[in-house]
Design a protein around this ligand. Sequence first.
Ligand code: NAP
Ligand code: COA
Length: 282
Amino acid sequence: MNTPHVTARPDPYAGTERRPRIFRDDLLQGRIALVTGGSSGIGFGIVRSFAELGATVALIGRREEKLAEARAELLRDLPAAELVTIAVDVRNHAAMREAVDGIVSRFGCLDILVNNAAGNFHCPTEQLSENGWRAVIDIDLNGTFNGCQAALPGLKASSHGGRIINITVPQALSGWPGSAHAASAKAGVLSLTRSLAVEWGGYGIRVNNVLPGPIAGTEGLKRLYEDRGIADHEYERMAMGTFGLVDDIANACAFLASPGGDFVTGCDFMVDGGRWLKRGWV
Ligand code: NAP
Ligand code: COA
């Protein structure tokens, strides 16, 4: 089916483009944010966006050198940005607690937590090892729980009303043949979000999901579609006729983190260019 209103891009898989700035420069001024998996891809874009909007941002990832490179790249464009890096595996409950406690004792509170770190690979369930299943559940679902629980004291202390934003995936709703581990873990995250939105609403903490579609230039797009030679097929499934940009997800997170998100909790914010709707129809 043709979508004549959409202009094709010369390289639809390139992810270097930025969206125009849509928020005022001081939208998140003075807020303390923590982004897990902030050293690449979507997480990096969220960190960049939050820092541009005035937030102090802590980045978590496993690899120290990757975090240092991300920080250096951000500081080239944003020399005044306040950025902290912490190498920790989100699967380690005690280490996550220690990392978040360190941020809270340094800055006094935590205003925004983004649980973005995740692992995924294509593997038919028939061939998936127990450890392969466990690794993905542990990073995506247990890692999100670890982040939320570690962040609770800091979020309670936020004078803006704490925010938790969980990055999930539309296939958490539809199922995902070949990535059942990731879809199951992310479905668990969707449910955790709804439970915490109610449990922690009394503390002024808003808890929401953001569900990205395929995002150009990311590891997720590469390993799940490009490396398998099915990126063109995936591209055909985009109702908007294009993959998303990292900024599309970062902008959704900035909105939820800002006063614009004050009355939004427990929601699934689908940012997928209509991909999940188109799959069965054309
Ligand atoms: P990515 O570039 O591979 O980034 C993953 C980040 O998480 C890296 O910073 C990585 O750093 C960190 N990480 C991985 N495992 C970790 C662990 N156990 N503990 C701490 N940090 C860890 O991924 P992406 O493609 O941007 O995806 C980011 C998020 O968006 C994921 O939640 C994914 O499910 C979701 N998503 C992505 C797409 C897409 O098109 N890319 C679509 C829908 C949803 P280290 O390796 O150094 O730890
Ligand atoms: N197909 C089948 N099984 C795979 C696999 C693949 N492509 N990749 C890893 N596995 C299996 C491993 O064989 C191992 O199982 P085994 O012990 O039975 O052999 C298990 O998964 C764990 O792998 P390991 O490499 O030890 O785990 P890790 O904790 O070092 O890494 C992953 C976690 C596997 C999720 C890794 O891909 C990762 O770190 N991903 C982060 C980045 C990412 O996924 N980005 C995209 C987000 S959408």
